[in-house]
Design a protein around this ligand. Structure first.
Ligand code: GLA
Length: 384
């Protein structure tokens, strides 16, 4: 949404004041490869994308924070002098409320403010709309307090919001990517140590195409937590023979020999394979071998679909259709799964053709319309 329009909307919602308006932006993220291994001490390779969330903010003279969104009606009101607790009725407002809750526990001053959020991210489509909103809120209030933002600490605080306020036991990947993103670079992050390096995301004549199933991810929260428990179970079994901290440290023979439950065994197999694919993909990307890089994407999707069982019919239709197109080097679901988005690496000249082709196949198979996005790889959260 353009700035003037946003200012008009803001002025229509909030009482006028002399304080100046400030703007902040947080990107969404696409994980190129490495799904469901951030919470297993694995490596991931996300990028921050140009679709994201914007906040327009103005300080108040009291200790009240009012928040609204261009996507929904109504205001969320927080009294900073009172305990901030999860409130089902607040819906999306719980994400920024959770951030304020945990910021209060630090020694940082939080000032009252009026805030209007707007988003170009499809909400709940697996492009980290919630991490974007959390990190944006944290960065905004830290900046308003005149603080130099420690981006890693911010990402960790926002992960805590998901874990302990929202109740999704997610890993660190999304909040990290939104906070630490860099223009033109992917982040190769070791989730067991939080060591990371930037890897140029150079795909030559090829382009990342995001394909959105446009189908709700209702199971995402509960199934996600179930997968996490199964991984913990696998760690427990292996620990009875050899101490490991994270499932990514297990070997294939340990998984085959020690884990009896076939579901738990498949989950563990995915985790260890996926971690290897990330290493391979990073090397192929650095060597400019895009064909081999695309093959890693394909292999990762199969592992997520067959062993981790977090894909779904809609995602598989998109991925299979993209893959059957000659100018596509590879495709996979991205993020938590159970709906949401997939990505494909496609020749720049073929983007429009592939959209029509995949879109047609998708509609025929699902009676739904897929959405497509082509994004730039951008910097993490910042003031604009
Ligand atoms: C969600 C979580 C992340 C990560 C992915 C799957 O996006 O928030 O921490 O686990 O799923 O890779």
């Amino acid at each position: 949404m353009n700035k003037d329009l946003l200012v008009n909307k803001f002025e229509a919602i909030y009482v006028a004041s002399q304080e100046k308006l400030r703007f902040f932006f947080a990107p969404g993220r696409v994980n190129i490869i490495g799904d469901h291994i951030d919470y297993n001490g694995g490596k991931v390779l996300p990028v921050a994308i140009s679709l994201g969330t914007t906040a327009i903010v103005r300080l108040r003279k009291d200790n009240i924070v009012q928040m609204s969104s261009t996507e929904t009606k109504g205001k969320v009101r927080v009294d900073l002098d009172k305990e901030i607790a999860y409130d089902k009725r607040a819906g999306w407002g719980n994400y920024p409320m959770g951030v304020l809750h945990f910021l209060k526990a630090t020694d940082m001053p939080i000032f009252g403010a009026d805030v209007l959020f707007t988003s170009t991210l499809p909400i709940g489509a697996g492009l980290s709309s919630s991490a974007s909103l959390e990190v944006l809120t944290g960065f905004t209030f830290m900046t308003l307090a005149g603080k130099e933002v420690d981006r890693l600490a911010l990402a960790m605080l926002c992960q805590q919001v998901e874990n302990d306020f929202i109740g999704v036991q997610c890993g660190i990947m999304d909040q990290f990517a939104v906070a630490m993103g860099k223009k033109g670079q992917a982040m190769f992050l070791d989730c067991s140590t939080l060591d990371f390096e930037y890897v140029p995301f150079q795909t030559g004549d090829y382009q990342l195409l995001i394909m959105d199933t446009n189908s709700p991810r209702e199971l995402a929260g509960s199934e996600y937590n179930d997968r996490r428990l199964q991984c913990l179970e696998a760690v427990g079994v292996i620990n009875s023979k050899r101490p490991i901290e994270y499932l990514c440290q297990a070997t294939f023979s340990e998984i085959e020999e020690l884990i009896e439950d076939s579901n738990v065994q498949s989950r563990a197999r995915h985790v260890v394979w996926e971690n290897q694919y990330v290493h391979e993909a990073k090397e192929e990307l650095e060597d400019g071998d895009l064909k081999a890089f695309g093959e890693c994407l394909d292999a990762s999707h199969l592992s997520l679909a067959n062993d981790y069982e977090v894909s779904c019919y809609e995602l598989d239709v998109l991925v299979d259709a993209a893959r059957s197109f000659p100018d596509c080097l590879g495709a996979r679901m991205t993020g938590a799964g159970f709906g949401g988005c997939a990505i494909a690496l496609v020749h720049k000249d073929a983007v429009e053709k592939i959209k029509t082709y995949v879109g047609g196949r998708y509609e025929a198979a699902t009676k739904m319309e897929a959405r497509f996005y082509v994004c730039d790889v951008v910097d993490g959260v910042h003031e604009v």
